[in-house]
Each structure stands twice: as structure tokens, then as C-alpha cells.
Design a protein around this ligand. Sequence first.
Ligand SMILES: [Zn+2]
Length: 97
Amino acid sequence: MRLEADVHVCHAKGCGTPIPSRLLMCRPHWALVPPPLKRRVLEAFTPGQERGQVRPSQEWTQAAMAAIKAVALTERHQAEQTAVPVSDEMPVEVWWP
Ligand SMILES: [Zn+2]
């Protein structure tokens, strides 16, 4: 698949969804970003950075990295919560503190 110039893939770990380059993540992943972080990412966005005309600010880079990390943590947590033992030979008990 050929990617257009203004399209890149979602920044969430392991996601390859093509999205417009002005967006950081695809819709399902962006939905996992805590609202205060979303605001930080959006407020620090510099118009033109999606085309490589302007370097993203340090503020944006930090906010974007924090958002990517938050999504990765949320996804890992969800995977742990929905993990169901495949066989009952070895019962697995999970305690949530
Ligand atoms: Zn994604």
C-alpha cells in the first residue's frame, strides 16, 4: 500500500492504521488517551509540523510520548483484565490489590 504524503501510521505501539499526519493516533487509540494529555498534545501542536515544515516543539514531543505511553499501559491493563485461562488444568487466580 502506498502512503500519501499527508498520511502516516498511528503512533500507538503495534498499530499500523494509516491516519492523516496531523493526527497522532487513530480514533480507537486516541480515545484511550487521558483527556488532560489530549489537551496538552493539541495545545502544543504547531501548524505545519505534520508536513515537516516546522519542527514539533519539545512540549509536543513530550506530550505525544506521554500519550503513547499512556495508551500502551491502558492496553496492557485491558489485556490482563480480559485474559482468560485457556485450559482449567492449571487454575489461575488473579488478585487485584
Ligand atoms: Zn492506533
